[in-house]
Each structure stands twice: as C-alpha cells, then as structure tokens.
Design a protein around this ligand. Structure first.
Ligand code: NAI
Length: 330
C-alpha cells in the first residue's frame, strides 16, 4: 500500500478532499492517507500555519494531495502554498487545460499546458515599506531557476508528444529580469531541435488566448504571469472547478487544484470536486498506477457526459450527488 500525505485544507477543502478520497477508495486503489492539517486553524495550537510535521510527512512519503488553504490578504501569515513550494523546492507548477466532455465553453479545441515557474519572481516575498505612502516588491529572476523550468517544459513536451513550447514574458519592458528568463529559454531550446519554439509578450498572449486558444500548446512562464494565465486558461475549459494542477520538484510532488478555498460556498455542499479529482488522477499516474487513473478519469467523464454536474458548470448536483454518481460509474 502506498503512503500519501493528504492536506485537507480549509474553506471547501475538507468537502472536496472527502469526496476525492471516497472516489479513490471506491476505485479499489489502496492508499494509506497520512492526513495533515495546515493553515489558519493550526496557528492557535502550533504557532505556525505550516508546521514542520507537514513538511516531514511529505519528505517521508514523497507525494502529497493538497486541497486549498486560505491566505488572508494584506496581513497575517505568509501563504502556506507558497511556503510549501519553496521549502520542498517544487519548482515546476504544471497546469494542463483541456476541454472536458459536455462542459460547455466558448471554445471546444483547447488543449494547453501551462508550465509556471514556482519559486521566485514577485512571489519571493521580498517587500518593504519605503515610507508610509510607498511600498516595494522585488522581482527576482535567476538563471538557474529559469533554465530548469524551461528544461522541464521542453522535457514535458517531448515526453507527452507535444509540438511547441512558447515562452511568455514582458521582456520588452523588464529587460533584465524577464530578459534573463527569455535568454534562458533560448539557450535550453537549442537542445530540443524536434520541438517548435515561440516567443510572446504576456499582454498579447492574453488577447490571443481569448480569441484563438487552439494555437497554443505548452506555455512556459515566470511565476506571476503563470498564476494569472493559468486562471485565464481554466476559464477557457469551464472554470476553476475543473482546473487541475501539480507542483513538481526533483524529490517531491504535491498535487493540487488551481482554485482556492472558495469561502463564498464553504459548507454548502456545492463545490465541484473535479479539479481536485483530476489533480489526483495525475498523482495516480505519477505513482505509475495507470489502470486506476484511467478508471477514475473515465468515471468522471462518463458522469459529465451524462449531464450530471455541479452548479459552477450549470448543473444541479450537490458535491455529494456528483461524487456518488462518479462512484456508480466506476
Ligand atoms: P477561489 O479559487 O477560492 O474562488 C474563486 C471563485 O471560484 C469563487 O467564486 C469560488 O466559489 C469559485 N470556485 C473555486 N473553486 C471552486 C470549486 N471547486 N467549485 C465551485 N466553485 C469554485 O479564489 P479566491 O476567492 O481568490 O481565494 C480564496 C482563498 O483561497 C484565498 O485565501 C486565497 O489566498 C486562497 N487560495 C489558495 C490556493 C491554494 O491553496 N493553492 C490557490 C488560490 C487561492
């Protein structure tokens, strides 16, 4: 039996992680879940939002499935999500966006993989209050991190039969920082003659994505653009309720949806567990359990194809009804 760390999160986290664990159990795949709590709720007892025990559990098990954790805006603690990615050096954030059966969207030919750098850029958290009316954030881009994320994107393209990798920057304005990212891309690209290369500015990319998304294949971006563009791509395939993700490093991998803790629908049995479920499917493939991954994915697609879905996709099913329908389709 495989050991996997499970972070239930907060907001809608516990509802969707219960649903996903139930579906995986029903598939017959045996996983020993090492349940770990993190976030605001544990601060009172343990003093910090991301206790050492959570990191130790992931270091021991090597794999984690994570539901969203709330980050208060403007005050309080640093994001557990950002900290986790940094502490475990989960440098690649992988967010595949592909149309799903019966999920109606403006476009029906979206198949984009967003590869987001996960450890630096404006997310390095280096900020200072210059004076009462001025604050500064420092954008950090290093050659090492830029080259390894570009290499990850090209390796992903080769291993998954993709044709093109497109680098996204604003190197015309941020000539040093984004310029270094672009330079790193060009250097790494030389090692992949079989893959087409493309360069685009992030503002132009956003316009193109909402007009002709089918032209894009694998995108590689610095952290902040990656964060924003992956939500845009999630919107192209039906929204955050279906957008999966993974944070991958050399030693560990944490699988989590793109969306946050959705406090507006917390506890209402309305949340769509599909994004976490699709993230779990990727995790199961990463564990080389392809038969179970395919079984679960097929059951989800069959459920969607039959018209059963949650409110975010225009349906009427509650989280538990949708979950039960998937289980009966396994
Ligand atoms: P959000 O992704 O939680 O919600 C945005 C909108 O999408 C809301 O209307 C919400 O109801 C809807 N939504 C999201 N997931 C859904 C699902 N599975 N099913 C149905 N509807 C869904 O983004 P927001 O409101 O900006 O962030 C809320 C909190 O989550 C913040 O504290 C933020 O920092 C945190 N967050 C955590 C992440 C993580 O743990 N990886 C990622 C993004 C945000």
């Amino acid at each position: 039996m495989k050991n996997v760390t499970l972070i239930n999160g907060d907001g809608i986290g516990p509802e969707i992680s219960n649903a996903v664990v139930k579906i995986i159990d029903a598939s017959g795949l045996k996983i020993n879940w090492d349940v770990q709590t993190a976030g605001e709720d544990v601060i009172e007892k343990e003093g910090v939002p991301l206790p050492e025990r959570v990191l130790n559990s992931i270091k021991k098990n090597k794999i984690a499935l994570k539901a969203p954790v709330t980050t208060p805006i403007g005050k309080g603690f640093r994001s557990v999500n950002v900290q986790l990615r940094k502490e475990l050096d989960l440098y690649a954030n992988l967010r595949p966006c592909k149309n799903l059966p019966n999920v109606k969207t403006k476009f029906d030919n979206v198949d984009i993989v967003v590869v987001r750098e996960n450890t630096e850029d404006l997310y390095a958290g280096i900020e200072r209050q210059v004076d009462v009316d001025t604050a500064e954030s420092i954008k950090v881009i290093t050659r090492k991190a830029s080259e390894r994320i570009c290499k990850f994107a090209f390796d992903y393209a080769v291993n998954n039969n993709r044709n093109e990798v497109c680098v996204v920057t604003k190197a015309n304005i941020m000539k040093l920082s984004d310029g270094l990212f672009l330079e790193s891309f060009r250097k790494i690209a030389e090692n992949y003659p079989q893959i087409k290369k493309r360069e685009i500015l992030v503002d132009n990319l956003c316009m193109q994505l909402v007009q002709k998304p089918e032209q894009f294949d694998v995108l590689v971006l610095p952290n902040l653009y990656g964060d924003i563009v992956s939500d845009l791509c999630a919107g192209l395939i039906g929204g955050l309720g279906v957008a999966q993700g993974a944070n991958i490093g050399l030693d560990y991998a944490v699988f989590e949806p793109v969306h946050g803790s959705a406090p507006d629908i917390k506890g209402l049995n309305k949340a769509n567990p599909a994004a976490l479920l699709l993230s779990a499917v990727e995790m199961i493939k990463y564990m080389n359990e392809f038969v179970y991954a395919e079984k679960i994915e097929k059951a989800l697609f069959k459920t969607l194809a039959s018209g059963i879905c949650t409110a975010d996709l225009g349906g009427r099913a509650s989280t538990t009804e949708f979950t039960d329908a998937i289980i009966s389709n396994l």
